[in-house]
Design a protein. Structure first.
Length: 380
């Protein structure tokens, strides 16, 4: 594939790379992770000031009209430094849902803040029993005068601990796992009846579990039509998967680079271990997996914003599968080639390994997407 960036795309990539290089050292990241916010408010604001959070949105909504390729360039650079900021969940996933389902008034009220990094959103779609099934929703929304009453529990809401607004999927009709009857609501997490239990994930970013006890939301907090949100949630999760694969790619590139540098400097028996043929072969295997993942990330970026269809879903499922397998292989091999130092908390490689494992499970693990790919082949 002859994939060349335009001048504008190259400038975007250079801007993101320079920003993370100047402001996001590993030591700084560890300090940010230990704060109550869990990420750098300064860096988040810088993303907004430079327009990087506005890239995915249409120009008429205050964005730059970027495609999945532009998103890929930003997410890859954020992945290199293990960024803790909620770009994926606030800008790509939640922002995409508002752009697709929101009314003109809702878009005007929300997307300007999201595009400027002055408003953080989160998406609450997972439940304890759902196991990657977006249609498995037991949280209920009962119609009442002037709005809806929500009751239920959402789990692992990435960035939900600090989000000003949370998009919550809830069932307005039907039984659990029905395709129809799922609606999407804009929820104020400080409203009466809402409880957030926050915690840190093992790879750094913070999340929360969301408990809803008869929370009343107004009619204007409904996004889209009643009971018709599932197709949009699936479509926007596809865009998020493409962006997540790009983030994983940046982390894989750093893991390979760290390992190669280590093989060139670590000595045994008076010689750099990188001269040992067995280790060279393992390094080549890592690079082979990285090249395959790179191709799939580019492919996913190119189809992410296409119209929803079986072919798009197949390609995104295959990209997630390949990147998940490649990420685990590269992280495991990198730790093996480093030896004990690869597992130490103070060394960045161990954090790349944890991040890659966690990314492989978000939005569906490799087994889930392999089955999804096979089912879509049957449909075709």
């Amino acid at each position: 594939m002859d994939f060349k960036l335009t001048d504008e795309q190259q400038m975007l990539q250079d801007t993101a790379a320079r920003l993370v290089r100047d402001l996001y050292s590993f030591e700084a990241r560890e300090q940010h992770a230990r704060t109550a916010l869990g990420f750098s408010a300064e860096f988040w604001a810088q993303l907004g000031e430079l327009g990087l959070t506005a890239v995915p949105f249409a120009e008429e909504l205050g964005g730059f009209g970027g495609s999945g390729v532009e998103t890929m360039l930003i997410m890859t650079e954020l992945g290199r430094v293990l960024s803790l900021e909620p770009y994926l969940h606030s800008v790509i996933f939640a922002g995409g849902l508002v752009e697709q389902l929101g009314s003109a008034a809702q878009q005007d009220a929300l997307l300007g803040g999201v595009a400027s990094a002055q408003l953080q959103l989160a998406v609450a779609f997972e439940e304890a029993q759902s196991h990657y099934r977006l249609n498995d929703v037991e949280t209920r929304a009962q119609a009442v005068e002037g709005g809806f009453r929500l009751s239920g529990r959402k789990v692992v809401v990435i960035g939900g601990h600090s989000a000003e607004q949370i998009l919550v999927s809830a069932r307005t009709s039907g039984e659990a796992r029905d395709e129809d009857g799922i609606s999407l609501f804009l929820l104020d997490p400080t409203a009466a009846g809402v409880t957030r239990r926050s915690y840190s994930n093992i790879d750094g970013p913070k999340a929360c579990d969301l408990f809803l006890d008869e929370v009343v939301v107004a009619n204007d907090q409904l996004l889209g039509s009643v009971g018709g949100a599932l197709p949009a949630i699936r479509y926007q999760q596809g865009r998020a998967i493409a962006a997540q694969c790009a983030e994983a790619l940046g982390s894989m590139q750093e893991a390979c680079s760290l390992t190669l540098d280590y093989l060139k400097t670590r000595k045994q028996f008076g010689s750099e271990i990188g001269k040992f043929q067995a280790l060279q072969h393992r390094m080549v295997d890592m690079r082979s997996e990285l090249e395959q993942a790179t191709s799939m990330v580019i492919l996913a970026a190119c189809v992410a914003d296409q119209d929803d269809c079986a072919e798009r879903s197949r390609l995104l499922a295959s990209a997630k599968f390949v990147c998940s397998r490649a990420g685990r292989f590269i992280s495991e091999q990198a730790i093996q080639l480093h030896g004990g130092i690869g597992m130490t908390w103070e060394y960045v490689l161990a954090h790349h390994a944890k991040r890659l494992v966690m990314l492989s499970h978000q939005f569906g693990d490799d087994d889930h997407h392999l089955k999804a790919y096979a089912d879509l082949l049957d449909v075709a």
